[in-house]
Design a protein around this ligand. Structure first.
Ligand code: HEC
Ligand code: HEC
Ligand code: HEC
Length: 509
């Protein structure tokens, strides 16, 4: 078997296995009597995998394989169509998955989409390559067998697990012990102490050279976790004016779910990300790793930190590592469950309006969910911003300068691949795109139709999908995100007998 596509097929078989019991495998895959099939009925998952593998090799690998079948003469003869097809195919989907660029679930949804819309292989190809058309039996072999309800389950997940009561959801979500039950428990003090510490650090301007810029300056929790500016304002430059960041600030809410952090993916996770802004000369003004010592010195002036850092980190004290670890722990609590969409997914059919439900269906039918999928409707892959049209041409003021994943990997083939943004709370996080150049959500939706799908956006379609996206506004601390006040997002003690900010502790060290 071809080693290169084996990982992909593992994905297929794993999903098939989760759907059906291995015993009824073949019955599920090839419903009896539904199609005339020339394929033998697979008798084991291994055999089905081998058959699917052979099928992909014979009908898809010419364009999607690791070494596509480029042929100069054929290309000339086809007036360049061969080259265009192969280039387009390699950009959209490869049989050799790269888990660092997209999750297996995304590969899965893309495959499902083309099988449902019967859009692959391209007609021109099947016309010139007899026998490459997908037969119904092929499709059954390649797609996991599911109904519309299952498609919904695969594409999206509520941000809160279904079996959770609403009173203890915070503790569940964050993997933390319930705060009120065992106030003396050391494990619990550490767990909540760390979140509290991270919360304070997130709002602490001492992480900047001017003592004026904090993480929350650009990621305001009352503004959907953003600054609602096209470009963020960092510490002042030589002219005394705030320096502007190069790209729009994404939200910190639900960022934990991202496959990597930043538009170009240069940070692997939240802790690595949190080390970036303080040492960014434009954002918080420091420049070199030794500067963390300066920051630590300033933070050590704070009586509460002098108690909390040892409590949570023991001997380690105040370092780049402990500061960013605490911030990341806090950020993992920035989960926003209970949007109308979550309630709908959890079985409340009346949670979304009929228009929002129509919009959700359109979102799936037209392939938005092949990129914007998972619990946050995005964050799971890096994708070209110009699959079917040039985003730069459609989004006015969409300037050159940032090239997405290429800026991080320095590989030409990653040019214009951006980490798909998460669409949770999207109604609150304008302006849109990494350039921050589109103010209205409906315009962002229209542009996505024009550039990322094969569908011409009608006014109704755009209105329906926009309505669906408005159903994404969730809750933080059980308050709807659009109703949060600055007071609601202040660091909050949850453990009664821990040292408080107002009390100078008896002995600091
Ligand atoms: C002649 C070349 C060619 C062949 C053969 C081909 N494709 Fe494609 N494929 C393309 C091109 C071009 C695109 C991207 C443009 C588009 O989506 O129209 C694409 C896109 C895709 C996508 C991504 C679509 C999306 O919505 O994100 C998937 C998945 C895919 N192909 C699967 C397959 C499968 C499965 C086969 C074999 C049954 C196959 N392709 C055969 C050219 C090809
Ligand atoms: C001056 C404004 C500014 C400050 C201060 C700032 N950020 Fe950001 N943040 C941004 C911008 C702009 C980006 C996008 C940068 C990029 O992708 O290249 C970003 C990206 C992020 C991301 C990635 C989100 C995603 O979807 O990829 C996280 C998480 C984040 N910031 C958290 C923090 C934390 C924690 C701090 C404090 C230590 C902080 N930020 C300080 C502006 C800021
Ligand atoms: C091929 C993958 C892909 C498909 C399909 C896709 N998107 Fe996107 N979407 C992206 C990427 C990548 C971005 C970020 C673009 C940028 O900032 O330059 C994005 C950005 C967005 C944004 C702006 C988010 C923000 O925070 O700025 C919205 C809204 C959006 N998409 C909605 C949709 C809708 C609605 C559809 C279907 C009509 C769709 N997308 C289809 C990849 C995709």
């Amino acid at each position: 078997m071809n080693k290169k596509i084996t990982p992909y097929l593992f994905g297929i078989s794993a999903a098939v296995v989760t759907i059906g019991v291995a015993g009824v495998f073949s019955a599920i895959l090839l419903p009896a009597g539904e199609h005339k099939s020339e394929l033998p009925v697979p008798t084991s998952p291994q055999q089905a995998k081998a058959m699917a593998n052979a099928l992909l090799q014979s009908k898809c690998a010419d364009c999607h394989g690791a070494t596509p079948a480029y042929n100069g003469w054929r290309n000339l003869f086809s007036l360049g169509q061969v080259k265009r097809d192969i280039e387009g195919a390699q950009r959209a989907f490869t049989l050799e998955p790269d888990g660092s660029i997209r999750s297996a679930n995304i590969d899965f949804l893309k495959m499902d989409h083309v099988l449902r819309t019967r859009s692959m292989p391209p007609v021109l190809y099947t016309m010139t390559h007899p026998g490459t058309d997908l037969t119904p039996a092929d499709i059954d072999l390649l797609r996991y067998h599911y109904d519309a309800k299952d498609a919904l389950r695969r594409a999206f997940a509520p941000i809160r697990p279904a079996n959770m009561s609403s009173t203890d959801h915070a503790a569940y979500l964050w993997g933390l012990p319930e705060p009120t039950t065992r106030p003396d428990d050391a494990t619990m003090q550490k767990a909540w102490g760390k979140v509290y510490l991270g919360h304070r650090l997130f709002h602490d301007p001492r992480l900047s050279t001017t003592n004026e810029v904090s993480c929350s300056s650009c990621h305001d929790l009352t503004k959907g976790g953003t600054d609602n500016l096209p470009k963020s304002e960092g510490v002042p430059g030589a002219d005394g004016k705030p320096q502007l960041g190069g790209v729009n600030a994404p939200t910190v809410y639900n960022a934990e779910h991202n496959i990597r952090q930043f538009w170009d993916g240069r940070a692997a996770n939240l802790q690595e990300q949190a080390g970036g802004p303080p040492l960014n000369p434009v954002e918080m003004g420091y420049a070199k790793p030794e500067d963390w010592k300066d920051i630590a010195r300033k933070l050590a002036d704070d009586p509460e930190y002098r108690v909390l850092f040892p409590l949570v980190y023991g001997e380690k004290g105040i370092t780049a590592d402990t500061i960013t670890d605490a911030i990341a722990a806090f950020e993992r609590t920035l989960v926003t469950p209970d949007s109308a969409f979550d309630r709908y997914l959890m079985g409340d059919d009346s949670a979304m309006t009929p228009q929002q439900i129509k919009g959700m269906q359109a979102f799936m039918t037209h392939g938005c969910a092949t990129c914007h999928a998972g619990p946050t409707l995005g964050g799971q892959s890096f994708e070209y911003v110009n699959t079917h049209g040039k985003l730069r041409a459609h989004a006015k003021g969409y300037t050159e300068g940032a090239y997405g994943l290429m800026d991080f990997t320095k590989k030409e083939q990653h040019k214009d691949m951006f980490r798909v943004p998460n669409l949770r709370n999207i109604a609150l996080t304008a302006p849109y795109f990494h350039t921050g150049t589109v103010d209205k959500l409906e315009d962002a939706v229209r542009i996505m139709f024009e550039t990322q799908t094969r569908t011409a956006p009608t006014t109704t379609l755009v209105a329906d999908v926009t309505a669906f996206l408005q159903a994404q506004t969730g809750e933080y601390k059980r308050i709807p995100l659009d109703k949060l006040t600055p007071k609601d997002v202040e660091p909050e003690f949850v453990i009664e007998n821990m040292p408080r900010r107002t009390e100078e502790p008896a002995k600091a060290e």
